[in-house]
Design a protein. Sequence first.
Length: 362
Amino acid sequence: MLDSDQYYLAFSLFPGIGPVKFDSLIAHFGSSQAAYEASVQELSEGIGVHLATQFAEFRKNFDFDLIQSELEHDKITLLSREHPLFPPRILEISDPPICLYVKGDVSSYDWDDFYFAVVGTRNPSEYGKQVTKKLSREMVEAGAVIVSGLAMGVDALAHWEAVKLKKKTVAFLGCGVNIIYPSINTALYHQIITYGGLIISEFPPNKRTAKGHFVARNRLISGVSKGVLVAEGLINSGSLITARYALAQGKDVFAPPAPITSDLSRAPNLLIQEGAKMVTNVQDILDEYNVELKGHKMKDFSEVLTGEERSIYQVLAQEAFTADELSRTASIPMFQLLSLLSSMELSGSIERNASGKYQVRL
């Protein structure tokens, strides 16, 4: 660790001082060491008597060597703002974290690479799942490192696409990096690290989730990324907050068009109204960065599907259906439809999802 890390670590661990107060202390004292060693009276000028007194008490019991040993034991890397591996893009945001805590091999990372955020609702529709998986996978194939928040739903789906391709992905948490939240993503958490990904948080180890943590986490997701895709979300969703951060940080925001009949479409459709780039395929994103999707061809089923099968495929490309729903929508008798669906499953053009509905295979 750097010599200055102990001072950054102390302020990071002290619950009464966040990035904004820390910035004011640095502006006043000139360095983290000077701020740390200041008297209670001197500190009071910047953060008030009560907080200065509390910090002085905290400082008496602060054991840097012990905490450093605990971090090393848990394989957690501490990145202070002065650390050469601290992401430069995050330093550029208005309130960068005092420190970042990292699980995974951060020494292998070049923060100038193509980092791209995919965010959205915790309860995506079948359409939202398809959009997330398709675009995330193709972004990884184009060389992007997917960034998200390890939440259920869209976040997890985006991370999984990178993991399935055995590629890096970066997850920012709203709790300590040694806490897997939500626990349902335990396997994903470990797979991310296995394939060279990172788990990152500005919150110290053992820090539980709390109100406001996820909003704070969102600014880091957008901060490290070149652009943000909002796959699906409600009008008051955290994904919309991430998009707002991205815009404030001068980042690109993307959104797929979605059915106006779904509340989960309100966030992406609103963003499109406000000027976000509408995404109908991955190249719409890549064009903004002069990147071409090389070596990847979408499956072309035009030669293997019959006319009726192509009609069914076009319907399922818009929305997943049960056989009954599809029979009514496509006006095909059930006995005839089941035979067609069996043939299409064998050809690999469609599949059944976890809900038992038929959908196109992406």
